[in-house]
Design a protein around this ligand. Sequence first.
Ligand code: HEC
Length: 188
Amino acid sequence: MFGLRSQSLPLILFIVVIGSFANVAAQQNNTSEFQPIGRGATDAEIADWDIDIEPDGAGLPKGSGTVARGGEIYDAKCANCHGPTGSENPGDTAIVPNIANRYCCATTLYDYINRAMPYYASQSLRPEEIYSLVALLLNLNDIVPENFVANASTVPAVTMPQAANYGINPWTSDVIRQPGYPWSHDNP
Ligand code: HEC
């Protein structure tokens, strides 16, 4: 570059810029309608996203939790929003008695807490903590006794009070939905 006269510089820049436009245009012309963007997800990446717990308990991890331990965690991480016993807040956040009144399956409770709570730090809880909270919340909803131990076999075995009022799965368009579906504040 040092040997070039300064008048040459704009010309060189012009050629470089035009050249790169031409290159892009050539690439666009050479590609088919669907461009291969990105790559397939790896098994490890899919496993990281695949956190759902199915109604029958498929996906539940190892570990267990008690009502008593759940009480400690609840006081530290949940009571500030859900109230000292879970029944203080009206509407959507009244986890007592919403869980008894609405959930088809105890496994849904695990799934929900695992993916969404605490509200400000979702997916921060370990399996033992979630099992303990499930045990506590089922107990506060009068569904299991105080000595209930939650784990991958006991949680799917719990019969929820509303279980019989849920429709068949998979739902098809010829099946009439439950009265009041979908739930709303006007139609609890
Ligand atoms: C910062 C406030 C906050 C904290 C802390 C919090 N929650 Fe929640 N929780 C909410 C809100 C808001 C909702 C309603 C979310 C919605 O409907 O989308 C909710 C909903 C829920 C529900 C569903 C209730 C229903 O009617 O189905 C459960 C269960 C629950 N929380 C459990 C917990 C547990 C367990 C903890 C502690 C680990 C916790 N939450 C901590 C704010 C909070």
